[in-house]
Design a protein around this ligand. Structure first.
Ligand SMILES: C[S@@+](CC[C@H](N)C(=O)[O-])C[C@H]1O[C@@H](n2cnc3c(N)ncnc32)[C@H](O)[C@@H]1O
Length: 209
């Protein structure tokens, strides 16, 4: 059954304290590494991490960018992210409330990333989220997530139909190209996990057009 945004937030609040230690699968680590690798921000870039959670991607990219902005719907997850930033002495990261469809970002963004989060939206919502991301004008969007390369299989890891609503790679590719991106890389980590790299077709940020 489809969960509301409030139900997702409450679920992640509840598990925020143990979230990091629970992410022990090789596929999660591989997906996160590929997102960081493909994001490859320039030193003067601002990066937006949507569904930032406890900040795994945001904190990994902080040393490579001028500024990283993390957005999430779960205060509990972002409290963990803030503690980790403080502990590591990272000062160019800011975490705040925002959703995929309403990121609540009013600054210029060069690169958008997201890891293991967008699959909580249904396909129509993902389409709207990708349109909202394109409207922020990044030159690149790197999406690591649960996605189907073959037939969906709830008996295989990463897909629990009670809380997840992943899309096929084809549906995501269509949404990205509809929003004006070109798909420049597809990385299959598992039959139900992958990373898509989408770049502005003209190679420049929409805000510059
Ligand atoms: C599995 S965690 C992934 C966290 C992090 N990106 C990582 O790689 O570890 C999913 C995160 O997505 C967030 N989330 C779920 N639905 C969301 C939405 N509609 N907008 C923004 N964040 C959302 C959850 O609160 C949670 O922190």
């Amino acid at each position: 059954m489809k969960k509301t945004i409030e139900e997702h937030a409450a679920r992640f609040d509840e598990h925020s304290g143990s979230y990091d230690e629970d992410q022990d699968s090789a596929e999660y680590r591989a997906c996160a590494s590929l997102v960081v690798e493909h994001a490859a921000p320039e030193p003067d870039d601002t990066v937006l991490d949507l569904g930032t959670g406890t900040g795994a991607i945001a904190l990994a990219l902080a040393g490579d960018a001028t500024r990283v902005v993390g957005r999430d719907i779960s205060d509990g997850m972002m409290d963990e992210a803030r503690s980790k930033a403080t502990e590591a002495g990272i000062e160019n990261v800011a975490f705040g409330e925002g959703s995929f469809r309403e990121p609540g970002v009013d600054e210029s963004v060069d690169v958008v990333v997201s890891n293991f989060a967008m699959h909580h939206l249904d396909d129509g919502e993902k389409h709207e989220a990708i349109e909202a991301i394109a409207a922020l004008g990044p030159r690149k969007f790197v999406l690591g997530d649960v996605m189907f390369f073959g037939e969906p299989d709830p008996d295989e890891p990463f897909y629990s139909p009670d809380v997840d609503d992943p899309a096929t790679v084809g549906t995501l590719a269509d949404a990205l190209t509809d929003a004006g991106f070109s798909l420049t890389a597809v990385e299959r980590v598992h039959d139900q996990v992958g990373v898509l790299v989408a770049e502005r077709a003209d190679g420049s940020a929409a805000a510059d057009e």
